[in-house]
Design a protein around this ligand. Structure first.
Ligand code: IPE
Ligand code: IPE
Ligand code: MG
Length: 248
């Protein structure tokens, strides 16, 4: 089992933890290039970071962790990089799925899946199936994911229900809409972390981050540590979330 974050866990106040943390794992390529390595080496290093962060999320009993692995815009990258990322994604799932399962992780994929290779789609389905009864961290991997695409798919599903006469347009509420999103049944994002210095949302969880707190760091993803993850969580605990209201 993954339990070795002892001192680190002592730093967090359990009552002030976010329920749902989302991470834009950025900076793999720049990190590698800065070391005279290929961008692919940065992605390999990034997978190691992900494993450590997921482990910490498990040890902290976070409710949900969502990571941005591949965006709908990332298909614009050179074929060689896209192919490498797909290969790495497959290897990661194949290698890690059992250990995740043993740690009660429940994996889910956000995004489109139809443009992935059939073997990868199968592996994704098998991983979901393997972990579907687990009750620990909800680990969402956003792959071929775009917030705009997700919202459009949800709107299409609702439109079809209206077309079938099951729903009237006036009854479309926030809850109805959320039930059609890839994150249906999960809490909204409380904390959004982005590594590597960029301060933008890059089409990630546009709906779910409506009231998220943001935390940015210059650290590139391959160098992001459980310690810094806990820094972000501790900082979150100090935020004053008003949700549009005034402090009482
Ligand atoms: C994040 O790192 C990983 C993916 C987008 C798949 P990048 O590949 O974006 O690295 P930089 O931002 O170019 O350094
Ligand atoms: C966002 O990072 C996507 C992922 C981390 C998977 P990008 O590197 O693709 O975002 P931009 O292009 O800098 O906005
Ligand atoms: Mg990037």
């Amino acid at each position: 089992m993954w339990t070795s974050d002892g001192d680190l866990l002592a730093r967090v106040d359990k009552d002030k933890l976010p329920r749902h943390v989302a991470i834009i794992m950025d900076g793999n390529g720049r990190w590698a290039n800065g070391r005279g390595l290929l961008r692919s080496a940065g992605h390999v290093a990034g997978v190691k970071t992900l494993k450590n962060i997921l482990k910490t999320a498990v040890n902290l009993h976070l409710e949900a962790l969502t990571v941005y692995a591949f965006s709908t815009e990332n298909w614009k990258r050179p074929h060689t990089e896209v192919d490498f990322l797909m290969q790495l994604f497959s290897e990661y799932l194949e290698r890690e799925k059992l250990e995740m399962h043993q740690n009660n992780v429940r994996i889910k994929f956000l995004g489109r899946t139809e443009d992935f290779a059939p073997a990868l789609q199968k592996l994704m389905r098998e991983s979901v199936e393997l972990m579907k009864h687990n009750t620990g961290v909800k680990f969402n991997v956003a792959a071929d994911y775009g917030g705009q695409d997700e919202i459009i798919r949800a709107a299409q599903k609702l439109a079809r229900r209206v077309e079938r006469g099951e729903l009237s347009p006036e009854n479309i509420s926030i809850t109805f809409f959320e039930d059609e999103l890839d994150t249906a049944g999960q809490p909204p994002v409380d904390l959004m972390i982005r590594t590597s210095g960029e301060m933008r949302v890059s089409n990630f969880l546009l709906w779910q981050a409506a009231y998220a707190e943001f935390w940015f760091t210059d650290t590139p993803w391959p160098e992001f540590t459980p310690e810094e993850f806990v820094d972000a969580l501790v900082d979150f605990g100090k935020r004053n979330r008003r949700f549009g209201a005034v402090n009482s």
